[in-house]
Design a protein around this ligand. Structure first.
Ligand SMILES: O=C(CO)[C@H](O)[C@H](O)COP(=O)(O)O
Length: 212
């Protein structure tokens, strides 16, 4: 299982020194973008994402937890994102937003909140490069993993194999040593934030997730 390191709970003032070794071995860097409307929190914007691009060349897996993703795609492409994922619950035309992301030559992902079912995104599965299952209510790092997300990634893997779809299966929220083995048979990558960033040795935590 690959790891996408969420920097949401990192020490923003000392990102380079505190996460240097972890950034060396992570597979992706997960950017949590929150607008205070789609979720009850505000996080970082394109300028911050662009600044992080200076300290790592790892692919950016940018997660838009925003109500109107269609208005901000280009800014996050220009900031250095390789994957841009938005929510099916957002206020936008889903297919047009997928096309817009792809029109900039980056990969498009769709995400579902805990109360949204896999059945609700079936029509988009042939179109996307990534499906991101939220295993916590989006908005804050450090929450507990929701067990019913296991059935969702399992279903997505079955659908992918049955239909020969090409999307990566990703999961986000509460991923650590005790929860990763529950989902690792079904996902291609998993987002981990506080488990890595709040550790004394963040690199060691990514090693643990890689080797589970
Ligand atoms: O999208 C998020 C919150 O909305 C975060 O990416 C996610 O919660 C990761 O943090 P942690 O590993 O601490 O749960």
């Amino acid at each position: 299982m690959k790891v996408s390191l969420s920097i949401l709970t990192a020490d923003f003032a000392n990102m380079e020194s505190s996460l240097h070794d972890a950034l060396e071995i992570t597979d992706y860097v997960h950017m949590d973008i929150m607008d205070g409307e789609f979720v009850p929190n505000i996080s970082i914007g394109p300028a911050f994402v662009k600044a992080i691009r200076k300290i790592t060349d790892k692919p950016f897996d940018t997660h838009l937890m925003i109500m109107h993703p269609q208005n901000y795609i280009k800014q996050f492409v220009d900031a250095g994102s390789q994957y841009i994922t938005f929510h099916v619950e957002a206020d936008c035309d889903i297919k047009k937003t997928i096309d817009l992301i792809k029109s900039y030559g980056v990969k498009a992902g769709i995400s579902i909140k805990p109360k949204t079912k896999v059945e609700d995104i079936l029509e988009y599965l042939p179109l996307v490069d990534m499906v991101l299952v939220m295993s916590v209510e989006p908005g804050f790092g450090g929450q507990s993993f929701m067990m019913d997300s296991i059935d969702k990634v399992k279903a997505l893997k079955e659908l992918k194999e049955k239909n020969n779809y090409s999307y990566l299966i990703n999961i986000d929220g509460g991923i650590k040593d005790s929860t990763a083995p529950l989902i690792s048979p079904y996902v291609d990558l998993a987002v981990s934030g506080s488990y890595v960033c709040n550790a004394e040795n963040p690199k060691e935590r990514i090693d643990i997730l890689h080797n589970l």
